[in-house]
Design a protein around this ligand. Structure first.
Ligand code: KIV
Length: 262
């Protein structure tokens, strides 16, 4: 997979599948899968560190997660999220942050929004750092929204998101994530752009889809967003395995002679 394959997939009408990943073990599994690309998302803050939002992530944490995923899935196209404010402190700081993520094994970076950091997007894209945009519900702006809320419902807001998407394409982004916007708006943006749209909570008309790995594995019993279909009941599968182990230890059936050394 490469940036040109993203564009070719859209031109040929082939859907792109992406999954988030934050660690080596799951990266090894994703490396054996047919998914097109892995996002080392700053959702790691919530999924791996138990933060209430993505705001607690910083470049060093993202670098460590990116390195772990890269070690496990070298053959996959890896996109790393630029964390909160890392691309809003001026061009040199943004370039340094992107350099750390690319040196850790990312092939591209993702950043949220456009307004106010057009220079960063353009400079990265023109410096050999492919940029994926992220529009609609931008989790790093959760405090401005007053919660994780669907965006782009009003005419004005939907025009704004469309214009930002067009600006991203002009600035050189190779793809854009559309998060939690009406499906009709996502379809309009997808039709208006040459670069592929990757949806999450943005309906079926996007050029591809992305889900948080732990959501699609059904690992979180307390969190069931409408758009995140669990493809397996991972929480209960894991809990059943742990219960079996616990019972085996306590009844003395584990370990067996074959599982012991002479
Ligand atoms: O951090 C993340 O996981 C993301 C996806 C939800 C697109 O940005």
């Amino acid at each position: 997979m490469s940036v040109t394959n993203f564009l070719r997939a859209k031109a040929e009408g082939r859907k792109l599948s992406m999954i988030t990943c934050y660690d080596y073990t799951f990266a090894r599994l994703l490396a054996k899968s047919t998914i097109d690309a892995i996002l080392v998302g700053d959702s790691a803050g919530m999924v791996m560190h138990g933060y209430a939002s993505t705001l607690g992530m910083n470049v060093e944490l993202m670098r460590l997660h990116t390195q772990a995923v890269s070690s496990g899935a070298r053959e996959k196209f890896i996109i790393a999220d630029m964390p909160f404010l890392s691309y809003r402190k001026g061009l040199p700081a943004a370039l340094d942050s992107a350099q750390l993520l690319m040196s850790a094994g990312a092939h591209a970076v993702k950043l949220e929004g456009v307004d106010g950091h057009e220079d960063v997007i353009e400079r990265l894209a023109g410096s050999g750092v492919p940029v994926m945009g992220h529009l609609g519900m931008q989790p790093q702006s959760v405090n401005s929204y007053g919660g994780f809320k669907v965006q782009g419902r009003s005419e004005e807001a939907s025009r704004d998101i469309l214009h930002q998407a067009e600006a991203l394409e002009k600035l050189g982004a190779f793809a854009v994530v559309l998060e939690c916007i009406p499906a009709s708006l996502a379809a309009e943006i997808t039709g208006a752009l040459r670069i592929p749209t990757i949806g999450i909570g943005a309906g079926a008309c996007c050029d591809g889809q992305i889900l948080v790995l732990q959501d699609l594995l059904g690992m979180n019993v307390d969190f069931h967003p409408r758009f995140a279909r669990p493809f397996v009941d991972g929480a209960h599968t894991v809990l059943d395995a742990i219960a079996s182990y616990d019972e085996a230890v306590k009844t003395g059936s584990f370990p067996t002679r074959e599982e012991s050394f002479a």
